[in-house]
Write a protein that binds this ligand. Structure first.
Ligand SMILES: [Fe+2]
Length: 199
């Protein structure tokens, strides 16, 4: 049984968003809780997105072997200070530990046999915008570090496609996050807090 992730993970979330300047007329003079945020940057969808995957508690739907990991994060409303997006829908997909996607095709859940769809699934954020899911550490494939693809959507918000980079080695490039909590089993990889924008 894993420990609750909320408080320890919350303190360690990386935030890729930047605060909007006071020139835009927003209240930025007070506590951080009073700041709205720039939406999280989109990133390439990449190949092999499958729509309408079932809701899962583990992306490793069929128990493939590999390095177990847990992913956790939070989805927030970029336009208002410290407001979570309750019930945000996160469609997540990644490779296994050998660098393969299942399947290595695009499409919809209905186009495939369920057994051919793995290392992917839908995760629903809770009432406070938090989400978590079990998985396996993905393999990097040239030229990028290990990564996890996300498509985030919620009623009243613009869908966002982005990626969570997992490189744990020191690098100069700022998008290569080195954020892993190994004193939990399985190791916890907090995703950067995701800020999505209303329609
Ligand atoms: Fe990819």
């Amino acid at each position: 049984m894993t420990e609750p992730i909320r408080q320890p993970a919350r303190r360690r979330f990386l935030t890729f968003a930047a605060t909007l300047p006071a020139a835009l007329g927003l209240s930025v003079g007070g506590a951080e809780a009073q700041q709205a945020m720039i939406p999280t940057a989109s990133d390439m969808e990449g190949p092999f997105y499958i729509s309408n995957m079932p809701v899962v508690t583990s992306l490793n739907r069929f128990g493939k072997s590999g390095e177990a990991m847990r992913i956790a994060g939070r989805v927030m409303n970029a336009s208002t200070p410290e407001t979570p997006v309750a019930g945000a829908r996160l469609e997540i997909w990644q490779t296994d530990g050998t660098g393969r996607y299942y399947p290595e095709q695009n499409g919809d859940y209905s186009d495939f046999s369920d057994a051919d769809l793995d290392l992917r699934g839908t995760v629903i954020a809770d009432a406070d915008g938090y989400f978590e899911v079990l998985s396996l550490f993905p393999k990097e494939y040239w030229p990028r570090p290990p990564h996890i693809h996300y498509r985030i959507s919620a009623d009243g918000f613009r869908p966002l496609i982005t990626q969570h980079y997992l490189d744990t080695r020191p690098r100069d490039r700022p998008h290569r996050t080195a954020n892993v909590i190994r004193d939990q089993t399985p190791a916890l990889y907090p995703a950067p807090t995701i800020y999505i924008a209303p329609v």
